[in-house]
Design a protein around this ligand. Structure first.
Ligand code: SF4
Ligand code: SF4
Length: 377
């Protein structure tokens, strides 16, 4: 996906979202995006713009997520939900191969699974999740030049109370240079009517916009969009401590705070399941009752699972304390050494979906307070 150097901007009406989906479908993409299901905003196939969560917002706090109604009818007026684009880029469970016993020789010949690639169009990707997709692709060693999903990003105008993307530098706005997206939308719901400012990021984004009724963006719409993002940045629910987290975590291995958080942590792994950048998997081999058919499956795993650190003889991280410390230290510290960036994009999912409300920003702040400044730097 080649980013453009000069942002081309247009304005479309709220009704034209349907035309965007029609144009994407005509171009061979399967649009997926936010829909309301089971009292949450999740990701699913979009048949039309009517499937989107019109007039639904979210209310989040540690261990808390609820939908709420919005009076402005905003389509993207919610913060991140329990799912992320990871479920499409790195499915929770997939078959790697199967094998049948050859009746004549008795041998097994593994057959790789023929995956039919789906050309997804991700609609409604938040700036934090644009960063998460980049990080995930790097961790999974995806070819950066391969054609990826078409991405319709949406800038955030109403961050959740658990969001802290301003601290991680991954939101609440998109870059003008088209980094990571084909089209970026900013939702405008003021007195001038319900519209979207569209910023074109790539040539394929431009071709979709050309298929949709649009008008050149007046400067007033661009200024309004900038104000919305600036205000969202100012209303960000949480913040990370202003310190070098790599150094802080490297010096915190023996901190008493790990005992405190371990007394609350259930080691359930919810935080790793909802995190858009956690990528750990395990592999399981199964056979049928006859022993003539075998399969190998890969599925998401979690560093909170005691068996995840099992090596011959036993697990090396036997306590919840050691597993929480491993997760937080990797995510905010050693991820830099491994992949050249933090593993956190400030989406806040792990805070909202932790059943006991453990908050990574609070844990890092507590470590920052207890580690002596001269040893933390
Ligand atoms: S921090 Fe919360 S979500 Fe993560 S393992 Fe512990 S209890 Fe579960
Ligand atoms: S660690 Fe938490 S806030 Fe950071 S990217 Fe993962 S889920 Fe989002």
């Amino acid at each position: 996906m080649e980013p453009s150097t000069t942002a081309r901007r247009a304005v479309i009406t709220a009704e034209a979202l349907d035309d965007v989906l029609i144009a994407l479908t005509a171009a061979g993409y399967q649009p997926v995006g936010p829909v309301v299901r089971d009292s949450a905003i999740v990701l699913d196939a979009l048949g039309s713009a009517a499937d989107l969560p019109h007039g639904r917002g979210t209310e989040t706090s540690p261990g808390h997520y609820r939908l709420r109604d919005r009076s402005d009818g905003a389509v993207f007026g919610h913060s991140t939900g329990p799912q992320s684009w990871k479920q499409y880029l790195h499915p929770a469970r997939r078959k790697l191969w199967s094998a049948d016993r050859d009746p004549a020789s008795g041998d097994f010949a593994p057959e790789p699974v023929a995956e039919v690639p789906v050309r997804y169009a991700f609609v409604g990707v938040r700036p934090c999740d644009l960063a998460a997709i980049r990080i995930l692709n790097r961790a999974l060693r995806r070819d950066e030049n391969a054609e990826g999903p078409f991405i319709v990003a949406v800038e955030c105008g109403d961050p959740g109370a658990t969001c802290f993307c301003a601290s991680t530098g991954s939101g609440p706005g998109c870059t003008d240079s088209g980094e990571g997206y084909d089209l970026a939308l900013t939702e405008l719901t003021g007195s001038a009517g319900h519209r979207f400012l569209v910023t074109v990021g790539t040539a394929r984004g431009a071709s979709i916009l050309d298929a949709v009724p649009h008008a050149a963006a007046p400067q007033s719409a661009v200024m309004t969009a900038r104000r919305i993002v600036a205000e969202a940045r100012g209303r960000m629910g949480r913040t990370l401590p202003d310190t070098d987290l790599r150094v802080l975590l490297a010096r915190s291995a023996e901190a008493e705070r790990w005992d405190d958080v371990a007394s609350r942590c259930l080691a359930c792994g919810n935080c790793t399941m909802v995190c858009p950048t956690c990528f750990c998997t395990s592999v399981e081999d199964t056979t049928d009752l006859t022993g003539d058919h075998a399969e190998r499956w890969e599925s998401w795993d979690s560093c909170f699972d005691i068996d995840y650190s099992y090596i011959h003889g036993g697990a090396v991280r036997t306590s919840a304390k050691s597993r929480y410390r491993q997760w937080l230290t990797h995510k905010f510290g050693t991820w830099h050494d491994q992949f050249g960036s933090s593993g956190c994009v400030g989406c806040g999912r792990c805070i909202a979906w932790c059943p006991v409300g453990i908050d990574v920003t609070e844990e890092l702040a507590a470590l920052d307070e207890t580690i002596e400044p001269e040893t933390a730097r």
